[in-house]
Design a protein around this ligand. Structure first.
Ligand SMILES: *[C@@H]1O[C@H](CO)[C@@H](O)[C@H](O)[C@H]1NC(C)=O
Ligand SMILES: CC(=O)N[C@H]1CO[C@H](CO)[C@@H](O)[C@@H]1O
Ligand SMILES: [Zn+2]
Length: 366
């Protein structure tokens, strides 16, 4: 999940905006006599569109903890279905050694992934946001859904869990229990494994975006095929998730988990943010040939509405600023220097904090 940026707002604007939003909603309500529920959802989405801290915290709590959040999500889902009846991107599937990965384009810029063992026709879905869309792909492929791997609780990653459970009664739901994942049946801890057919996943605990965020590493197998990382909202092509529920140190250690994976590992993130992220990367690291080349390629792909996943961990280390926290280039660009007594990890956390802050206030220019 991501909310519009721009945290900078002076203090007086907060009550003003709150009052204005409330009045707007009240007017709408009086005019059209809508139900109370609709009014609350409208109010929530208005607050969600702002990012001033106190208001945002309230909206975030409503979004993640209440039924209202779920209804807000369902409305977004309906809108996205109307706006993108054929999905926001055309996804290409990848098949290696009889294991097939299909990115499913859902909502406005979100991805779920279906992973199939073609020999036994069993499947796992990562982050089913929209149950209807996922079900359609399951039927098209003629496979049995055995497990849902959920990276975190945000509705745009977990909103389809219960709907799919209803349709597939034996389907297991995996995730970390600290994250209140809907329909969770099999709680996971760091480095637990999940096996379905010939597919072997390792769950890695990576808090920061949420307290219980997990990523899933699909083992490439004995044949030396590359492994695949399903990174949810931890890492995107050239980006990283917002630190809603964790400090920079927590997030840093989760990012270090990703950096420690082998360079050939394929990266399958939860959102299509490549273009925007690479533009931000250009701001903080203007001279980087790898980034420029990737950006050209991404523009070509997006011009045809093609999906930009997967990249590889090796590639990401060349241009993703969030995996380049240790580089002198980035320190210089951000104007940061390690103090003589400062611990290396603490310094890197400080770099990440500043980098994330800049990304939060960075505006799309298109
Ligand atoms: C979530 O994962 C962490 C890390 O392995 C583990 O310590 C914790 O017990 C898990 N949370 C729950 C509630 O199971
Ligand atoms: C409907 C819905 O939840 N869509 C989400 C897709 O992802 C974006 C973040 O890029 C969220 O803002 C949307 O809420
Ligand atoms: Zn999220």
């Amino acid at each position: 999940m991501l909310f519009p940026r721009n945290m900078a707002a002076s203090d007086w604007s907060i009550p003003l905006i709150a009052t204005a939003s409330f009045c707007t909603v009240l007017c709408i309500c009086l005019r059209f006599r809508r139900t109370r529920r609709t009014i609350w959802i409208t109010l929530l989405s208005k607050i969600m569109a702002r990012t001033e801290k106190p208001l945002f915290r309230i909206a975030y709590t409503l979004y993640t903890r209440t039924r209202l959040g779920y209804m807000y999500y369902k409305r977004q889902m309906r809108k996205a279905r109307e706006q993108f009846p054929a999905g926001h991107s055309r996804a290409q599937s990848v098949e290696v050694n009889g294991i097939k990965i299909i990115p499913i384009s859902v909502l406005s810029d979100n991805y779920s992934y279906l992973v199939i063992d073609t020999a036994s026709s069993v499947a796992v879905v990562v982050d089913p946001a929209d149950p209807q869309t996922v079900q359609a792909v399951l039927e098209e492929e003629g496979v049995m859904l055995e497990a849902i791997l959920c990276t975190h609780k945000h509705w745009d990653h977990s909103g389809g869990n219960k709907g799919l459970q209803k349709l597939h009664s034996s389907c297991r739901v995996y995730g970390n229990a600290t994250d209140n994942i809907p329909g969770l049946t099999h709680p996971l801890s760091d480095k637990d494994s999940v096996d379905v057919g010939r597919m072997h996943f390792k769950a890695l605990f990576t808090p920061g975006h949420t307290v219980g965020h997990m990523i899933y590493l699909l083992d490439g197998g004995a044949t030396g095929a590359p492994s695949s990382l399903f990174s949810g909202d931890l890492v995107f092509l050239s980006g990283c998730g917002r630190m809603f529920e964790g400090s920079a140190s927590t997030m840093l250690s989760s990012l270090d988990t990703v950096s420690s994976l082998s360079d050939e590992t394929l990266l399958w993130p939860g959102h299509e943010y490549a273009e925007d992220n690479l533009m931000f990367a250009a701001e903080v690291e203007p001279c980087n040939a790898a980034r420029e080349n990737k950006y050209e390629w991404v523009l070509q792909q997006r011009g045809q509405k093609l999906c930009t996943s997967p990249s590889t961990i090796g590639e990401e280390k060349e241009y993703n600023p969030f995996l380049r926290i240790h580089t002198t280039e980035l320190h210089q660009a951000l104007g940061l220097q390690q103090d003589s007594e400062e611990d290396w990890t603490l310094f890197r956390a400080r770099v990440l904090e500043e980098l994330r802050r800049r990304k939060d206030v960075y505006k799309r220019r298109f």
